[in-house]
Design a protein around this ligand. Structure first.
Ligand SMILES: NC(=O)c1ccc[n+]([C@@H]2O[C@H](COP(=O)([O-])OP(=O)(O)OC[C@H]3O[C@@H](n4cnc5c(N)ncnc54)[C@H](O)[C@@H]3O)[C@@H](O)[C@H]2O)c1
Length: 335
């Protein structure tokens, strides 16, 4: 039974506490939060756990096997580093760190200490993304031509990260599990029309080998909440609507075929394939519980998780490059 200590019991920490307390193979042993009201909230739900005002004291406790970090991004590095140095496996909320240099240090330290990092890119563990990743790997989508994501709502303005680090980060993680190759270039436009000091509106494009493209529109300024991704392959296309409670993914057997008429040099014939649509039944377990069980399996076997430290590092690198492109007015930067 792995004993978990959670650092940060604000908005997201309670979700980690719940899943690690319930998952097969783990239990919640302790919570650390700087605020007394949050420690009291945790004790109210889990009277048997221990609570700590000082996270380092909890990290040093030999009874704790795994530390999960659910604090603001700027604090992830120092806390995860202390946990790895104390010989613990760590779960770190997305994004792994505030800079790629910090994330690199964590990955190196984990390797040196023989411990694992799981970056909690929760979307990768949703049944919808797992199904799309399977379809992509099995060739059911064919060649992926494009990925188009709209991730907008009247969002919670964050003080320490912009909308790219808050929302586009999810698409970067999903793309990592869908696309057969890494992107080769990136361009981002990020705007702060409200003057909040953090961009709240972003348009990010990733370029992939073979002319494939991913475009992500993210915003905290939209009147409606849309979480929709379209993945267009040359064999089938998928629409993933995370707001749809019953049919999260719909698979369309639709596409076009171009037939070059050799007799008339420049004539091009377009054949439309309009086949069936199906909405497959998906595993109903919530993504965080799937993540928690996967974390327990990986830590017990000491093997790298699907969203390892390296995956977290790659995503932080992309986030940095998106910011760099945005600072240069959307300049396309080679990766
Ligand atoms: N996976 C997801 O889908 C998802 C969703 C929301 C948030 N998050 C991530 O969760 C993390 C936390 O976000 P949040 O919205 O819960 O923030 P929050 O501000 O609501 O909570 C953070 C908590 O951490 C505590 N804290 C800060 N520094 C601490 C320290 N050194 N020791 C002990 N406690 C400390 C604060 O007192 C606060 O209670 C962020 O990294 C965010 O990106 C992930």
């Amino acid at each position: 039974m792995l004993k978990y200590g959670i650092i940060g019991y604000g908005y997201w920490g309670p979700n980690l506490a719940r899943v690690f307390n319930q998952a097969a193979g783990s239990t919640l042993a302790a919570v650390s939060d700087q605020q007394a009201k949050n420690r009291d909230r945790a004790l109210g739900l889990y009277p048997k756990i221990r609570v700590f005002a000082d996270a380092l004291e909890m990290i040093r406790d030999p009874e704790i096997d795994v530390i999960a970090v659910a604090t603001p991004v700027s604090t992830h590095f120092a806390l995860a580093k202390a946990a790895l140095e104390a010989g613990k496996h760590v779960v770190v909320e997305k994004p792994l760190c505030a800079t790629a240099a910090e994330a690199e240090q964590l990955v190196e330290l984990a390797a040196k200490k023989g411990r694992q990092i799981l970056t909690d890119h929760t979307f990768v563990y949703t049944a919808a993304v797992r199904r799309m990743a399977q379809m992509s790997a099995a060739g059911e989508l064919g060649r992926v031509l494009y990925y188009d994501s709209t991730r907008i709502n009247l969002g919670l303005f964050q003080s320490d990260v912009n909308v790219i680090w808050d929302l586009v980060v999810h698409d970067f993680a999903i793309l990592q599990s869908l696309m057969p190759a890494a992107p080769t270039a990136i361009s981002a436009t990020a705007l702060d029309p409200m003057g909040s000091k953090q961009a709240s509106l972003a348009y990010v494009t990733l370029y992939y080998p073979g002319n494939a493209v991913a475009h992500i529109h993210a915003s905290w300024l939209a009147p409606v909440k849309i979480r929709q991704i379209i993945v267009g392959g040359d064999r089938s296309m998928v629409v993933y609507d995370d707001m749809n409670p019953s049919e999260k993914i719909r698979i369309y057997d639709k596409g076009i075929e171009l037939i070059h008429d050799t007799e008339r040099e420049r004539a091009l014939k377009v054949d439309y394939r309009i086949g069936d649509m199906r909405a497959p039944h998906l595993d109903s377990r919530d993504a965080l519980s799937v993540m928690a069980e996967h974390a327990n399996d990986c830590f017990t076997a000491n093997k790298p998780p699907l969203t390892s430290g390296e995956v977290g590092l790659n995503i932080v690198r992309l986030l940095e490059m998106a910011d760099a492109s945005a600072r240069q007015g959307g300049l396309i930067l080679e990766l």
